[in-house]
Structures are given as C-alpha cells and as structure tokens.
Ligand binder design. Structure first.
Ligand SMILES: [Zn+2]
Length: 283
C-alpha cells in the first residue's frame, strides 16, 4: 500500500423481493481485498456480481453468479489481488435473490425402487383440512390475474385453516398487513408465507389473515402442518388462498404446475382445474 492508494467503492443492489437479509462487502486482505457475502436467509441466495477493477485481478472472472448457502456469513466470493504497485479501484454491482440459480432438477423427488432410483414428480396435498371441499376460482394461466402464471386460487372463507401442501423450511412470513383492494397497487400489502423445498423450488401461500401465521422463518414445516388462516389481504377481489410453486431466478420467477392428491388420495394425482371443487378426504 502506498500514498497514492485510492479506493472507490460503489455497491448497487437489486432484488425483486422486498429486503433480503443479505449483503456483500469488501474487506482488506493480504495483497489486496476480498469480496464477501453474508446470507442470513434460511435458503440459498444467488448473487450476480459485476466487478469493475483497475489494477486488481480476480481469479474468478469479472462477471459471475454465485450461490451463497443458507445462514452463512463471511462467504468469500472472490479475492482481488493488486497487479502492480500504485493506485487501484474496485467497483461492484450486485443483483441477488432467493434460491439456487444452478439447480436444474425441479419439482421432482428421487424414489428408490429396489436397486434403481427413479425421479418422479412431487405430489402435493390440497392445502386445507381433511373433510373440506373448496373450488378453484382461478386456475393456471387464469384470465383475471394469473396470465402466464401457474398459480391457483382456492375460494375459501376468511379464517380457514391452511395446511402446508409440501414439507420445507419457512423463509419468509408477512402477516402484519390489514389492507385489501382490487388493484395492483395493493400488491405491497399482501400477507404471505414462503416455504423452500428440498429440490430448490418454493411455495407461496398468499392473502393470509392478519396475525394468523403459526410458523416463523427458519421453522421446518411438515407436509400437512397448519401454517396460517386464510384471509383477504392485499391485492384480492374476495376471500381466497392464492397458492403458487415456483423456481426463482435472479430476476425471473418461473411458476410451475404441480400435481395434487384429491378425494381419498388413492386415484391418480392430477393438475387442478378452474371452476372445479376439490375435496380432501385423506389425512
Ligand atoms: Zn391468485
């Protein structure tokens, strides 16, 4: 280090979810600097790093996407080494979001059959109690608000118990909102629970009632566990549960169609359809 040393740091962050518990930062190291990340979320976070360097080199290339494991602090993204004596600059732009961008196998589970392992589609439970029957008021690619979106709306009265359709880890719980309106401006008032699955996908349970969540971030949730009560909060035209499963990329969310067990659960699992009522007769 010499008297001509000057450092310029600019951190630009973008994420499509509200405020992740995630940050990147530079730290002085031998012969240069380190770029580090702290991920305090309960799922991996993918971060796209765009470095502008003057008189510094990085072993990893100047533009790359990294996956920072859940609950990890001080993760070294890259080492920046001084090339020669003199001044240098570093500048980093980052974009990040929930999930492991590199995970390709989605919505499948490995099933052991004697000595081979087959990959099968995951089968979801209906997200409500045994004995209940609710109509899908809007289905996949529905014309009201589900255009180009694989989401399902279950028409159900406020206060209906919501059960996890699949096991996973709770990532985010928002249930403090109280406002409802029929325009997109109310999107920011949605109450929801976000759950991370073992294959890297997420499920989102939206419009839950105010202060009704019975789980918190970091909780491991079992399939069929009570997680909240349904409501009509946020951008919503009436009491219902909006449910979607998705794979998250840094900017884009790819929603997925998923098969459900219906009735006694003994028949073939199906994709649910709009305007049809589905009953759960299994535990
Ligand atoms: Zn919906």
């Amino acid at each position: 280090m010499n008297k001509y040393l000057f450092i310029f740091i600019l951190l630009i962050s973008y994420n499509s979810f509200s405020q992740l518990n995630f940050k990147t930062y530079f730290k002085k190291a031998e012969n240069g600097f380190e770029l580090l990340a702290d991920n305090n979320e309960y799922c991996p976070v993918s971060v796209e790093v765009d470095l502008e360097l003057v008189n510094l080199s990085t072993s990893n290339g100047n533009f790359k996407t990294y996956v920072i494991p859940a609950r990890t602090t001080g993760f070294i993204i890259t080492n920046l080494k001084a090339i020669k004596a003199g001044g240098y600059k570093y500048n980093s732009k980052t974009k990040y979001n929930y999930g492991d961008f590199a995970k390709k196998e989605i919505d499948t589970i490995a099933v052991k059959q004697q000595d081979t392992v087959a990959v099968e589609e995951y089968i979801y439970n209906l997200p409500f109690k045994k004995g209940k029957k609710f109509k899908v008021s809007q289905g996949y690619n529905g014309t009201i608000t589900h255009q180009k979106k694989n989401a399902l709306d279950f028409l159900m009265p406020i206060g209906t118990d919501i059960y996890a359709a699949r096991e996973g880890v709770v990532i985010k719980v928002v249930d403090h909102n109280t406002k409802t309106c029929v325009t997109k401006g109310c999107l920011e008032f949605n109450n929801y629970i976000l759950i991370y699955h073992s294959d890297g996908t997420f499920s989102d349970y939206v419009h839950i009632d105010t202060n009704s969540a019975s789980v918190k971030p970091g909780d491991k949730v079992a399939k069929g566990q009570l997680i909240a009560k349904s409501g009509n909060i946020g951008w919503s035209t009436g009491p219902h549960l909006h449910f979607e499963v998705f794979k998250q990329e840094i900017i884009k969310r790819e929603t997925l169609k998923t098969k459900f067990k219906i009735n006694e659960g003994t028949g073939s699992p199906i994709y649910l359809e709009e305007k049809v009522k589905y009953q759960r007769k299994y535990e």
